[in-house]
Each structure stands twice: as structure tokens, then as C-alpha cells.
Design a protein. Structure first.
Length: 214
């Protein structure tokens, strides 16, 4: 799957279905977020990842740092099961899971949703990798990825069926910027892709190539 082409098709379809007034408010909020340059504060290449110990979709505790004993990692932070762009990205990674394993690596996805949401997502798309619940965005904050949703967007999200209070079990209205990290066995980030524009995603094959070089 060419993720970029899939995303472009989704953007065109979404643009046709979103009322102009709502589209303008969403575009304005996206611009306001972009000019803050939050990406500059996020962890980058040569940084060491912090401790990551989170629950998976069935409530098991997963120590991501310990997984490095078995090989390097691709770590993807995504907004939630409700995000169609995130769904496309995760499905694209599922397609290359065999190649990631063949290269000696592993893929882990992290979102601020509770385990029930992660389990539903895994079942819906038959995902075989771990999806971890970063409650209150505690780990994403250590990576410098978290921002607060603009208040004017909250009723818009609710109107289109996105209930962050239900999916995250809090009323903080915080989200992580979508981010992908390739991490070597020493915990060092060798490739980082962070973008406040949630429609911009790293092509999974690019992450795979970085993994193969380790």
C-alpha cells in the first residue's frame, strides 16, 4: 500500500463531505497549531527514548524498553481508533509486519485511548502488533508530542461522533501529534517523523528501510 496515495484520496473525499463552515474552523485550528512549531520540542534523532510501560489491548503490561533486547523498534504514536488517517497508517504497517520481523525488528503503536478501544481497533482491522494505551498521554508528553484541542473544535468533534471523553476516560481534550520513531537496541532514536498536520504521515517503507540499516 502506498500510504501517501491512500491519504490523498481520503483528504479529497473528506473535503467533499465536510460543510464549508466547519472546514474553515478546522483549517484555522490546524494553522494555529502549525505556527506553534511544536515539532521542534519533540524528541528527535540521537535522543534516547524514555521508559515506556503501558497496557496492551487485553490489559497486559508491556515494557517497550525491554522489547529492545529482542531487536530494534518502530514506534508509532496515533490519535485514536476514530481517526481515519491513523487507521490507514496502521493498516499499512500491518502489511509489512512480516518484513519488519524478517529484519529483526518489531512494531508498536501507542494511543491515548483505553484498552477497550485498542482491542476494537485490532479486531476491526485484524492487526497483529501491540497497540498500547497511553492513559493521559503520559508517555507522549515525555516525547514532547502532546497538545490541547482548541475549545471551538470540541463541539465539532462531538457532532461528527468523536467522543474523546469516552475514548480516553478523561476531560483533558489532549492529543498526541502523529509521530513515528525508529529506535535501535540501545534506545537511541535513529529516525523521527513528527508533524502537527495529522494528514502527513511517514511512508512505512521508509521506516522499514531505516530499521534494516541497523
Amino acid at each position: 500500500m502506498n500510504l501517501k496515495k491512500q491519504i490523498e484520496a481520503l483528504k479529497m473525499k473528506s473535503a467533499e463531505n465536510i460543510p464549508e463552515a466547519i472546514k474553515e474552523q478546522m483549517n484555522e485550528a490546524a494553522h494555529n497549531l502549525k505556527v506553534k512549531h511544536l515539532e521542534n520540542k519533540a524528541l528527535k534523532e540521537q535522543d534516547i527514548i524514555p521508559e515506556i510501560i503501558l497496557e496492551n489491548a487485553i490489559g497486559e503490561i508491556i515494557n517497550v524498553n525491554a522489547l529492545l533486547d529482542k531487536g530494534p523498534l518502530i514506534i508509532s504514536f496515533f490519535r485514536g481508533a476514530w481517526c481515519p488517517y491513523c487507521n490507514l497508517e496502521l493498516q499499512a504497517y500491518e502489511e509489512i509486519v512480516p518484513e519488519i520481523k524478517e529484519a529483526g525488528g518489531q512494531f508498536v503503536a501507542i494511543s491515548p485511548e483505553v484498552p477497550d478501544g485498542s482491542l476494537s481497533l485490532k479486531e476491526k482491522h485484524a492487526l497483529t502488533f501491540e497497540i498500547l494505551s497511553d492513559i493521559d498521554n503520559s508517555v507522549a508528553k515525555k516525547f514532547g508530542l502532546v497538545f490541547k484541542l482548541e475549545e471551538k473544535l470540541i463541539p465539532i468533534y462531538e457532532k461528527i461522533g468523536i467522543d474523546l471523553v469516552k475514548s480516553q476516560k478523561n476531560e483533558k481534550y489532549e492529543l498526541p501529534m502523529p509521530a513515528t520513531y525508529v529506535v535501535n537496541q540501545q534506545g537511541e532514536i535513529v529516525l523521527a517523523h513528527i508533524d502537527s498536520d495529522y494528514t502527513n504521515r511517514l511512508e512505512p517503507k521508509t521506516a522499514l528501510e531505516a530499521l534494516k540499516e541497523l
